[in-house]
Design a binder for this molecule. Structure first.
Ligand code: AMP
Length: 404
């Protein structure tokens, strides 16, 4: 799949099919700060003609082993995404990197490919540590690691919470080449003396801004300080805040900065609101939308764990295949639900913000905010799940008529 960038023009919207004119009770959103509904509307019609990003390299330019080139090809990657094109040469040259990139830009391969190539030559056990904010993201990195390292006899261990620690300890004893972890569990294993970072040569901080949002600052500092000073550090973040800047100064040496952030995720997604004057009305309108074939892969956001489960059950009963992910589900239940959605066995995935964080779910056709997000930032994260990697997406948000 070639990476593409859209040229956009802003036209006014055509008919808005799910827009009701209903008058209802005066009620405000129940939680979070109030977000004016106008922020949920973007009639920008994403044009269909696309400008392919002109990569300055092709994969074959990189001095990767034959095996790695084969694996890249097998995965179907033909052209480099901008972050890959602009960071891989620096990483191969041993430079530290600040990569400003959202999920969906191909940043995982950008750091994994040079790392894999180096490991293939040096085969140093315990030499790479990748930190990511959530289990799901760590698992996705691990999946990509396995695919790209196929037949290369390189091994990784996932060190994440919510999974059996005993198994992780015995895997660490087998000295994997790469450790992929969340900060909490990684710290836990270091404290219990099952993980030593003395041999680390490459430290990757993926979605550093989210790790900070989730309160991992002390763990990250402590972990980084236990790795050797002469390591290579690859730092990825979607945003650059003063705190992020401070961290890059602490952790990186003479870094190259590469920014591929699109102006605003929300611009790539056509957005609209749906007015509903009661919960029943919302459900009725939602079912109405979901009967349309156009809604073929829908990520539906709810506020609470119970609400999300109830909604998913209700959809199932109404004949719409649906699964739910939220904090009351075990890790294996969440993975099963996610897989059902990815494999198109479920048309709808109902999720809370926390459960959906960092997930890479390709081809989501619609994001629907059944409950409004608590903050505008959450809204941008939610709708960023559609319209990824050059695809167009649509987002709908339920509002009460009185809040307009
Ligand atoms: P990431 O931003 O690393 O989570 O990647 C987002 C999605 O894009 C994943 O499904 C990757 O497999 C896919 N991807 C990454 N790089 C490429 C590429 N060069 N060509 C095609 N797909 C890619």
């Amino acid at each position: 799949m070639p990476y593409t960038q859209h040229t956009r023009s802003f036209k006014s919207a055509n008919a808005r099919p799910y827009h009701s004119s209903g008058r209802g009770r005066q009620s405000r959103p129940k939680h979070g700060s109030y977000i004016h509904p106008s922020k949920f509307i973007n009639r920008a019609v994403v044009q269909t003609e696309e400008n392919a990003y002109q990569a300055t390299h092709v994969f074959k330019d990189f001095p990767f082993s034959e095996k790695l080139h084969e694996n890249i090809e097998r995965k179907g990657y033909e052209t480099l995404s901008p972050i890959q094109d602009q960071t891989i040469p620096h990483i191969l040259a041993g430079k530290d990197i600040i990569g400003l990139a959202n999920t969906g830009t191909g940043k995982t391969a950008a750091f994994l490919l040079p790392i894999l190539n180096d490991l293939y030559i040096n085969r140093a056990p315990g030499s790479v540590l990748i930190l990511a904010p959530t289990r799901e993201l760590a698992q996705q990195i691990d999946e990509q690691f396995r695919e790209f390292s196929n037949g290369m006899k390189l091994f990784s261990t996932l060190v994440v919470g919510g999974m059996n620690i005993g198994r992780q300890i015995s895997q660490l004893q087998r000295r994997p080449h790469v450790i992929i972890g969340t900060p909490g569990r990684t710290m836990d294993l270091i404290k219990r003396k099952h993980l030593s970072l003395d041999a680390i040569r490459v430290l990757v901080l993926d979605e550093a801004d989210r790790m900070l949002d989730m309160g991992f600052i002390n763990d990250i500092r402590s972990i980084a300080n236990q790795t050797p000073k002469e390591r290579q550090t690859l730092f990825f973040s979607a945003t650059i805040t003063p705190q992020i800047q401070q961290l890059t100064q602490e952790f990186l040496k003479d870094p190259e900065t590469v920014s591929v952030r699109t102006a605003d995720t929300s611009e790539q997604v056509e957005q609209d609101i749906i007015e509903a004057h009661s919960k029943e009305d919302k459900i009725e309108k939602l079912l109405d939308m979901l009967t349309s074939d156009e809604f073929d892969k829908v990520l539906l956001f709810g506020e609470t764990k119970f609400g999300v489960q109830r909604l998913s059950d209700h959809l199932e009963k109404s004949g719409i295949s649906s699964v739910a992910i939220h904090g009351n589900k075990s890790q294996s239940q969440r993975q099963r639900a996610l897989k059902a959605f990815k494999d198109n066995r479920a048309r709808v995935l109902v999720a809370t913000d926390v459960a959906a964080r960092g997930l890479d779910i390709p081809n989501v056709s619609h994001v629907i905010n059944f409950d409004q997000p608590a903050t505008y930032e959450d809204y941008v994260h939610r709708i960023g799940r559609t319209g990824r990697a050059g695809a167009t997406g649509k987002a709908f948000t339920f509002v009460s008529p009185s809040s307009r």
